[in-house]
Design a protein. Structure first.
Length: 687
């Protein structure tokens, strides 16, 4: 049992790793799927830093069949010499000391220390084993670490060096670092890396690091299997065939245009006001700012912001600076070019941002992340420098003759937006009295709960009057409200706010939630902390669910970001005995097989075609009772993926939508829509 392992000679080194084992959540947020990927991002971040410093231009990530993952770069290689203070190699320091990263790279670019940035030692501490190979100055060096159960101490020691760093061969001119590790399955509730999660993040990192090549390989599946799973179109399939369909799945990301390519990618399949995104990069007071802008013919604003390569969907001071810069520069531009009459007021920021797709990437030291999900930049000092780089950048771009048409298009679009805004306000003023009566009628459909504590209250948005009626009978009226939807709510994609607000179903939802809509949305006024979409497990129900999620995503994004939106999961089957001695519910085919097994001989199966077929008691037991129901929370962890999905599903790319729906015929638990926006169990380990 007691494996041979090398004693570092300094036991205190490992005490830090003990702390990580004791409280993994403190270091990586959770021990669920998110935490699992987090320990991979820790390693990837180190390779990205090497590339950002200009020493590496290629990174490889490989998901292996045995569940391990490796990350490789062609950088300088982690220092191998003996660290004077600890008397062990640089490699060993990196993997056994918490926060060792900064020690070596004081003179280098390094903006780690945000969400990630707890260091490679955390990955080591939470792995069954970890191996590193460094090619440097002609030599290949290797070292391994492992976790094992210490019989004497009756506890698991983790991240322990198996032997000191050793020269194992010659590498010629090659240089770089390779790290491979196997996550510890006693730490994580799931140790399966998700290809889609890894793909999205690596693509994003390739966009954010212009010119960097990232190669992702998944040895667990072949090219063929990937094509089948994702429904690659003909063109892709042909390409896959050339590459060898039985080879492991592999994809290469490299964008010479950086975030300008990112903006173009986000706008694929949309009508665009100008073909090339506006792109600029600058620095002010130690804050590095890069942005790309491209307006579409649509009406909503889509800003994807990042700080030190970490997405900041909750916004913050950098976004304020960005918006402020755009408003200031474009108003100046419009005045200078007599596009605003002297006596007329300025445009509002909103006017310039109608239909905008923008990517903002900021790099700075000492970042402070705040907000519900710690993805909001809390450094006020970031605002002014970002604003000033944006103004400077847009001025420079506007001065270039080739961009004249682009800026004219932007101003023209803003003029349209301003006209609608002014007309809508006038219409609203005259209709105000009438409106107040309207909203009373609207809430009339709502079976409101009696409790007055929003944090306890739940709103079920139920498809159909009949299911709504059942839900009203089933609910606990103290904290559960029911809002039946008659028809399909309006597909809000490609609609202006005023058109959206004209839809009765949508207005009912807004008034029930009580927190306003669009720019006026205020989370503090929210009446329900759980908003639960309850639709049938069929095509129509799926569509309604998509429409509602699109609406929340477009017009109440904070509601989604803060984790208030849930999908209720009605069971698909009842498995029972005629004599009533057994009754089980199954939410998918796999569970159906399990439940049939469980009930045993003499089982009967009832398939539910819709919520309406259930009795109040059944609906309560299976779908509404907080103790027994199967609720999933919708979170936009990957706003880009969600954006892509919404454009495909809700936009005018009909083929894309058909294909998507065909591919995802299972509308319950595992449908890919849910996969893209990321779901987690109500009381899951991700909290
Ligand atoms: F996470 C990690 F530590 F395990 C890791 C580090 C994983 C991977 C895939 C790559 C790396 C890594 C570290 N790549 N490149 C480096 N570079 C250094 O550590 C390094 C090399 C030389 C010097 C120097 O000043 O000469 C400084 C540093 C930080």
């Amino acid at each position: 049992m007691a494996q041979q392992h090398y004693d570092a000679g300094d036991i205190t080194i490992l005490e830090g790793l003990d702390a990580v084992r004791l409280r993994p959540g403190m270091y990586i947020g959770s021990t669920g799927t998110r935490g699992l990927h987090h320990i991979l991002w820790e390693i990837v971040d180190n390779a990205i830093d090497e590339a950002a410093n200009g020493y590496a231009d290629k990174i490889g990530v490989t998901l292996h069949k045995d569940g391990s993952v490796s990350v490789e770069d062609n950088g300088r290689g982690i220092p191998t010499d003996i660290h004077p203070k600890t008397k062990v190699s640089g490699v060993q320091v990196v993997f056994t000391q918490l926060h060792a990263g900064g020690k070596f790279d004081e003179h280098n670019y390094s903006f780690s220390g945000g969400l990630h940035g707890v260091g490679a030692s955390v990955t080591n501490a939470l792995s069954k084993w970890l191996k590193v190979r460094v090619n440097k100055d002609g030599d290949t060096w290797e070292m391994a670490f492992h976790s094992y159960f210490d019989e004497k101490k009756q506890k698991t020691e983790s991240g322990v060096p198996v032997a000191p760093l050793k020269k194992t061969g010659k590498c010629g001119k090659a240089h770089g670092t390779l790290v491979q590790f196997l996550p510890d399955d006693t730490v994580f509730s799931s140790v399966e890396f998700q290809l889609s999660t890894v793909e999205h993040r690596l693509r994003e990192l390739a966009f954010l690091n212009k010119g960097l090549t990232i190669v992702l390989t998944d040895e667990r599946i072949t090219m063929n299997e990937y094509a089948e799973k994702t429904g690659a179109d003909d063109g892709e399939a042909r390409q896959l065939d050339l590459m060898g369909a039985t080879q492991p799945y592999s994809v290469t990301y490299c964008y010479q245009g950086g975030i300008a390519d990112f903006a173009a990618y986000l706008n694929e399949g949309k009508s665009r006001l100008y073909s090339q995104p506006l792109y600029y990069k600058g620095e002010r007071d130690g804050i590095y700012v890069e942005f790309a802008i491209q307006h579409t013919g649509e009406f909503t604003e889509n800003l994807f912001s990042f700080v030190n390569n970490i997405p900041t969907p909750e916004g913050g001071f950098h976004e304020m600076g960005f918006r402020g810069g755009i408003t200031r520069m474009l108003n100046d531009y419009a005045r200078d070019n007599k596009l605003i009459k002297d006596k007329d007021p300025n445009f509002l920021g909103d006017d310039f941002r109608e239909g905008i797709t923008a990517v903002l990437s900021v790099k700075m030291k000492n970042v402070q992340f705040e907000g519900q999900t710690k993805t909001k930049l809390g450094n006020p000092e970031a605002r002014a420098p970002v604003e000033s780089v944006v103004v400077e950048g847009l001025r420079e771009l506007a001065a270039q003759a080739k961009n004249k048409k682009t800026f004219d298009e932007i101003i023209k679009k803003a003029q349209g937006a301003a006209r609608v805004r002014i007309a809508a306000r006038q219409a609203k003023d005259t209709a105000r009295a009438k409106n107040s009566i309207d909203s009373l009628q609207l809430v009339g459909k709502l079976a409101a709960c009696s409790g007055r504590k929003p944090e306890l209250n739940e709103l079920f948005i139920v498809e159909g009057d009949s299911a709504g009626g059942t839900a009203k009978q089933a609910r606990v009226r103290q904290f559960q409200s029911i809002l039946p939807l008659r028809g399909k709510p309006l597909n809000v994609e490609k609609k202006r706010l005023d058109q959206v607000l004209a839809n009765e179903e949508i207005r009912t939802i807004i008034s029930a939630l009580g927190a306003g809509v669009g720019n006026d949305f205020n989370l503090d006024k929210l009446n329900y902390h759980k908003v639960i979409i309850l639709s049938d497990a069929d095509q129509d129900g799926f569509h309604i669910r998509c429409i509602l999620l699109t609406f929340f995503f477009r017009y109440m994004r904070e509601l989604v970001n803060a984790g208030h939106v849930y999908i209720g999961m009605p069971p698909l089957y009842k498995v029972y005995r005629a004599n009533g001695s057994a009754e089980e519910y199954a939410y998918d085919e796999k569970e159906l097989a399990e439940k049939i097994e469980k009930v045993g001989r003499g089982y009967l199966v009832q398939r539910y075609k819709g919520l309406g077929e259930m009795s109040a008691e059944q609906l309560w037991k299976t779908t509404m009772d907080p103790m027994r129901r199967n609720l999933t929370q919708v979170t936009i962890e990957d706003a880009v993926a969600a954006e892509d999905m919404i454009t495909t599903l809700m936009g005018d790319r009909v083929e894309g939508r058909k294909e998507f729906l065909n591919r995802n015929a299972n509308f319950n638990k595992t449908d890919a829509f849910m996969d893209k926006v990321k779901i987690r169990k109500e009381d899951g380990d991700e909290a």
